[in-house]
Design a protein around this ligand. Structure first.
Ligand code: GDP
Length: 198
């Protein structure tokens, strides 16, 4: 799929105020600084559609972008800056859990993971939460240009092992990406396109 039109529609912290058109929706979420804004800009061919920021943990909202007039890309707030370990429900503001628990249009969540890091507790907790909530999701490994291909495969294998040890029957669909060299762009867009065609 080629993205020819990407338009910011609305930001808010109230799920009931999200666009109410029956268009399929794909949400992007991950720890602050994981590279989410860069990935969204890469996917949409924009330099600054999503605001890249050096200020982790800044107040963020649910941001809806309409793509090619027929689906929504949803930029959700970064998580993971809570100093003390809290339960998922407390770490994620209520409007985020409301989003996952009530949003009918949501087709798939893309959970971003920095490929360089060992599995982080908060990401594993979040993935468990998505499983319990029965939200379909994929994993997007980011910043692959920062390590070699062999190391990337090793880290994905280690992540897979960790998920299997966390009671997952199999590794979900995943993508290895780099916003710097556009790795993974076509794969993610093709994946979305194929679901939208069904
Ligand atoms: P966000 O907080 O998750 O939206 O993350 P940003 O997109 O703002 O990126 C955080 C930092 O990581 C910035 O300094 C980006 O330039 C850098 N970054 C993001 N994606 C990549 C990538 O694919 N490769 C490299 N080398 N750096 C990246």
């Amino acid at each position: 799929m080629k993205i020819t039109n990407a338009e910011f529609i609305i930001s808010n912290s109230d799920v009931s105020k999200c666009p109410n058109e029956p268009l399929p929706e794909y949400a992007f979420i991950g720890r602050s600084n994981v590279g989410k804004s860069s990935l969204i800009n890469m996917l949409t061919n924009h330099k600054n559609l999503a605001k890249t920021s050096g200020r982790p943990g800044k107040t963020q909202l649910i941001n809806h972008f309409k793509i090619n007039l027929n689906w929504y890309l949803v930029d959700l707030p970064g998580y993971g800056y809570a100093r003390v370990s809290k339960k998922t429900k407390e770490v994620f503001q209520k409007f985020i859990t409301d989003y996952f628990e009530t949003r009918q249009q949501l087709v798939c969540a893309f959970v971003l993971i920095d490929i360089r890091l060992e599995a982080q507790k908060i990401d594993l907790e979040f993935i468990t939460y998505l499983g319990e909530t029965e939200v379909p999701f994929c994993i997007v490994f980011t910043k692959a240009d920062k390590i070699g291909k062999v190391k990337a495969q090793q880290n994905v294998a280690a992540y897979t092992k960790k998920l299997l040890a966390n009671n997952w029957a199999e590794m979900p669909q995943y993508f290895i990406t780099s916003s710097t060299d556009k790795t993974g762009k076509e794969e993610i867009l093709t994946y979305i396109d194929e679901i939208n065609q069904v």
